[in-house]
Design a protein. Sequence first.
Length: 107
Amino acid sequence: MPHLRSHIGNPGNRDNDQWWVAGVFYVNRNDPRLLVEKRSGLGTTFNFAHPIAWWLTAGLFVLLGVVQLFFFLAFHNFINLALLCLFLALCLLLFIGYLRVRASRQP
């Protein structure tokens, strides 16, 4: 069992449940990598303890919100307004999550 115990506190072990929020979001302040492999399946995900990950995600949401705003102004379609509101709500949740992670970094 000593082999298993050595991985419990290891910050480089991405399979440790301690570093995954809701099993989906990887948050590890001791891991300097911006992108890490997903726990299952193919691809990578952000290390949300890294500030750049928050800026990239926020930039994506803002870009999608601007596109939805353009479509709403061009076509006056209700679905575009609903999607715009959804992206604004996601931006708000993203900002709250960023503040929570930032506050946990404070000593």
